[in-house]
Design a protein around this ligand. Structure first.
Ligand SMILES: N[C@@H](CCC(=O)N[C@@H](CS)C(=O)NCC(=O)O)C(=O)O
Length: 237
């Protein structure tokens, strides 16, 4: 097997910790028990090498030997290929998993992000379009509530679709109004995030940024390139 390297930011402020999208990649890597290392880029780096891997200057991206993949959904699909459970090969089951994966990223995440952005903007209620944006998210969550009231996972078994959907719903819970009105969605997030792979992935991301805080505290000024790497054991080197 070739070496898997996941690249994320060297450091981010407190607020997004636990939600930086490398979490989705860490989660699938842990579910599939794949060894990997973590590499970092500074948050605002500009220039060829970075943009060659992630054309929007974002994280995460993954390299699998010579293959470089950006977009968390594409990373989930790529790594799901290493696990029959996470991305089944039987056509009907695969279609279920891929449909729900795209639903998470294409039908629910845009509404969640729009709502979170409105709230981050500090708007106290007067922003034009706010009600529409909130209604958009409510509509999507209403449909997800109906679906999740009747099933444990989106496809027959836990799959890459659940990693994406549960992570999107975590954003709703924390940054976009919460899930009080959606008990089935809330229960689904609780089920997904109780999985040992999520717990490990989340702890590793938090430890990664805590280590970056310590490194910064020992330096006179802000973020610069770091070459932190991290193994599945969570050790920083
Ligand atoms: N659609 C992308 C979104 C990636 C994304 O938004 N990454 C954030 C971190 S979670 C980022 O890099 N933000 C900095 C920026 O957009 O400049 C994916 O799912 O991978």
């Amino acid at each position: 097997m070739t070496e898997l390297t996941l690249t994320t930011f060297a450091w981010v402020p407190e607020a997004p910790r636990g939600h930086v999208r490398d979490l989705r990649a860490r989660w699938v890597l842990e579910e599939a028990a794949l060894p990997y290392r973590v590499a970092t880029v500074p948050r605002r780096e500009e220039g060829g090498a970075y943009l060659d891997h992630q054309p929007f200057g974002q994280v995460p991206w993954l390299t699998d030997g010579e293959v470089s993949i950006f977009e968390s959904g594409a990373i989930l699909l790529h790594l799901g290929g290493y696990s029959e459970m996470l991305l089944p090969t039987e056509p009907r089951r695969r279609a279920e998993a891929t449909s729900w994966l795209f639903a998470a990223l294409n039908s629910v995440e845009p509404a969640a992000m729009a709502c979170a952005l409105v709230r981050f903007s500090g708007d106290s209620g007067g922003m034009p379009g706010r009600e529409r944006i909130e209604a958009f998210l409510k509509g999507r969550l209403g449909h997800m509530e109906r679906v999740l009231a009747e099933r444990k996972w989106l496809a027959s078994e836990f799959s890459v679709a659940d990693i994406a959907m549960a992570d999107v719903m975590r954003v709703v819970e924390r940054f976009a109004g919460g899930l009080d009105a959606y008990p089935a969605c809330r229960g689904y997030v609780a089920r997904a995030t109780a999985r040992p792979a999520f717990i490990k992935a989340h702890a590793d991301q938090m430890a990664h940024f805590a280590a970056a805080d310590r490194a910064r505290a020992g330096r006179p000024q802000g973020p610069t390139a770091a070459s932190t790497t991290q193994t599945r054991t969570g050790e920083l080197t």
